[in-house]
Write a protein that binds this ligand. Sequence first.
Ligand code: HEC
Length: 136
Amino acid sequence: MLMRITLTIFALAVVGLGQTIKTVPTKPTSPTSGKEMFNEYCAVCHGKDGQGGGPAATALKKKPADLTQLTVHNSGKFPDTRVARYIEGEDQLDAHGTRDMPIWGSIFKSMAGGSATTRMRVANLTDYIKSLQAAK
Ligand code: HEC
């Protein structure tokens, strides 16, 4: 388990530097299951419950966002467009030039399925995060 987490972080770090990776050391997931993708790709940092306490969280400079509070922090409305763009990485690279979170759009595009599948992955992950929102 520890080994696998280490490998995952390494690969993600390479992506973060803008280099290409040939293999993704995570198991393939169904693009139709937001939950399966979340547990496989996101929980290592954000935690299975989405609250930001995954096993890799302490290795990061920045604490992973608590994904259960997005609706609360957006005046009671889940910010779906912003979340989807954030996952995909279109709003990436703020003024400081880097971000700790991987650019999932590029990783998903390197998997089988093409751009329609990438969009499906992002949409289903966004829906899953929506389902994790804390009650107001
Ligand atoms: C390597 C650790 C890591 C992984 C893996 C990761 N994230 Fe993140 N994520 C972060 C960090 C750290 C932040 C806080 C912002 C920043 O500095 O990047 C963040 C922020 C976010 C945000 C922005 C929340 C907001 O406040 O708007 C969303 C949405 C998100 N992550 C979704 C995901 C999804 C979906 C996945 C899996 C496909 C994922 N993350 C995988 C580390 C990670």
